[in-house]
Design a protein around this ligand. Structure first.
Ligand SMILES: CC(C)(COP(=O)(O)OP(=O)(O)OC[C@H]1O[C@@H](n2cnc3c(N)ncnc32)[C@H](O)[C@@H]1OP(=O)(O)O)[C@@H](O)C(=O)NCCC(=O)NCCS
Length: 151
């Protein structure tokens, strides 16, 4: 059974915060073999969205209101734990994330920094490349913008 949670930083229990930091490090630092400072001092301003299966974090992302990462809202640290990949959790999470942004911030406009191999994945949710391409933590990224909830 999958339980979805959406919480501000202050609402996170110590154990949940630890589990979130752990799964982010497992995926982005250990699995993707990158060196970067994951605890970047913006979690305090983010909303944290995750799926829990048997008490374990199966998928996670963080959401930002406008004027934090970009002028627009943003979504970051999008991950599914390797054990739970390919089962649709990533897609479900993106739908919930965009709904949460619409509800909390009243906008469909979202700007993200996407790993290049996922341009198609984000494209399915209405994100389009802005043409800005760069290396972030040594991995190829493209900036993507979603301006409307219509594809
Ligand atoms: C991207 C990610 C979150 C997808 O999670 P998931 O739960 O496996 O996703 P879903 O099961 O909902 O799959 C949805 C789609 O993701 C895309 N996708 C997933 N893994 C992919 C891969 N390795 N390469 C290309 N597309 C991929 C596919 O389009 C897939 O669609 P399909 O089922 O029609 O083939 C997961 O692969 C992940 O955690 N990757 C590592 C972390 C990462 O790179 N995050 C993105 C930072 S920008």
């Amino acid at each position: 059974m999958i339980d979805w949670h959406l919480k501000s930083f202050d609402e996170l229990s110590r154990d949940r915060l630890y589990a979130i930091m752990r799964v982010r490090q497992e995926v982005f630092i250990v699995e993707q073999k990158t060196f970067y400072l994951d605890a970047d001092d913006t979690d305090q301003t983010a909303l944290h969205l995750w799926a829990e299966v048997d008490g374990e974090i199966a998928a996670y992302c963080r959401l930002f209101g406008p004027r934090i990462k970009y002028e627009e809202c943003s979504i970051g640290r999008v991950l599914t734990h390797p054990k739970y990949r390919g089962k649709g959790l990533g897609r479900s999470m993106m739908i919930l994330a965009l709904e949460a942004i619409q509800t909390r911030f009243g906008t469909a406009k979202v700007r993200i920094s996407a790993q290049d191999y996922l341009l198609g994945f984000y494209g399915d949710f209405g994100f389009e490349s802005t043409g800005k391409r760069y290396l972030e933590d040594d991995l190829p990224h493209t900036e993507m913008l979603r301006t409307t909830d219509k594809k």
